[in-house]
Design a protein around this ligand. Sequence first.
Ligand code: NAD
Length: 399
Amino acid sequence: MAKIVCVLYDDPVDGYPTSYARDDIPKIVKYPDGQTAPTPQAIDFKPGELLGSVSGALGLRDFLEKSGHTLVVTSDKDGANSKLDQELHDAEIIISQPFWPAYMTAERIAKAPKLKMIITAGIGSDHTDLQAAMDRGITVTEVTYSNSNSVAEHVVMMILALVRNYIPSYNWVIKGGWNIADCVSRSYDLEGMHVGTVAAGRIGLRVLRLLKPFGVQLHYMDRHPLPEAVETELNLTHHSSLESLAKVCDVVTLNCPLHPETEHMVNADSLKNFKRGAYLINTARGKLCDTNAVVAALESGQLAGYAGDVWFPQPAPADHPWRTMPHHGMTPHISGTSLSAQARYAAGTREILECYFEGRPIRDEYLIVQDGRLAGVGAHSYSAGNTTAGSEDAAKFKH
Ligand code: NAD
């Protein structure tokens, strides 16, 4: 019987919900490319419930405990002697969500001699040292596509919020004001602007499709160019570098995974290529950007706005400069953990566990690392190596 350690974010400050704003959520059976949504044999939760926090336990408690496994659920993941560290010595499977990642560094992997699989309940496995996992033969999986469309919706929301100056205008209402000139002196229409995505995978392509009706000019770069038919349908301009894309775009959105090739791709040098007054939206990973370079670009006016929900490390320390920089529209990491998304990635996590325990193959599209190498989506979208350096600073959130 296995020990599974599941690291989840804390319950709401007022306690685990006893009722919800809505009675149901739409059932998504297939994603836009035809991939089926998760197909576990059963689920022990009601879609629409809060599953990603400690009391929700990703809906896995009954399934695992009735099968005789041990499930440890904790939010205590950072700093010396965290619960996560205490449980590593005999853990076979570690599960966490990118919103509250269990940083599985080489040091932690070395402390877990029985570890066989690390599951990302969600998408994006950069919080695991993939090189160390490959070296140890540990399988790394994620629930591909489970929240890609959720994030794309968030990207569109954030682009509109920045360009139209929504958040400062909202704040004038809260303050009791009617300061129209203050609100509109930074407010524009998106129509006619050039919008570019760095990566046109599941999220990036969805963003392009959602934005098309706004009458914008669309651009993308990706190491795997899109089919010509899609380029024609969306009237896309393909770029082979960030420099080329940034030079012509009014809005740039980052939608690639974090891996050694993409770490800090937005930095003081690459920001010089952006149009003055560009908007940058990053719901992919905080470490794609150099933290201080983003702050400096907002302060100088090189960027007119920055929004996103991803930070490094996570949780972001109380003094993280992105909390207080000008013209930002940051949220905590929430875009991929709507209640709708949770139902899908909780079911996908269960599907992966069922396959693992029954010795059945895990879907190729859920694989990041297997048999000592990048596999499945990992081979398509990642490069080998490690991007967890500095993650120990997540402990500063507690202080
Ligand atoms: P995907 O695998 O479908 O797409 C990733 C794309 O990135 C691929 O098309 C790949 O070719 C491209 N890419 C990789 N390296 C590149 C590089 N160096 N230059 C240009 N393109 C490159 O994944 P997805 O579902 O679109 O998700 C993308 C990323 O978004 C995830 O890896 C994750 O980091 C992030 N994400 C964030 C949230 C959230 O809640 N904020 C949720 C889901 C995913």
